[in-house]
Design a protein around this ligand. Structure first.
Ligand SMILES: [Ca+2]
Length: 123
């Protein structure tokens, strides 16, 4: 009985050790989609991480692993043909109206990938 218990415990410990290496222990999560700015006022559509971590405190983490950007209609940013001034998981997103052939950015929404086990509220 003792021997079986030792084997079971050993296997559990081994799994616990393996899990982070397999990535399962740090399963990443995405925040909800956030749209805090509009290209209709100001120089473009500006969704800066520094602003969003402040505005959505406890929801957007300080150092996201990834950023994802889509138009408000759900078209991935890289499919729109527009030029982006900033598109960074550590900086956020900026589309400048004056860099577009059309003279106007589309309205974009962003979301960030954070660690699931952090204190941020994630979906
Ligand atoms: Ca926007």
């Amino acid at each position: 009985m003792m021997k079986l218990l030792t084997i079971v415990l050993g296997a559990a410990m081994l799994l616990g050790f393996m899990e982070p290496m397999l990535g399962a222990g740090h399963r990443p999560c995405w925040t909800r989609w956030i749209n805090s700015d509009s290209p209709n006022d100001g120089p473009g559509d500006i969704e800066l991480l520094a602003d969003l971590t402040h505005e959505f405190r406890g929801e957007v983490c300080e150092i996201p692993l990834k950023i994802q950007v889509e138009t408000v209609d759900g078209v991935p940013a890289n499919k729109t043909g527009q030029i982006f001034h900033l598109y960074s998981n550590t900086g956020g997103f900026i589309c400048r109206n004056d860099q577009q052939g059309s003279g106007k950015c589309l309205d974009y929404k962003v979301r960030f990938q954070c660690q699931c086990n952090s204190k941020e509220h994630l979906y």
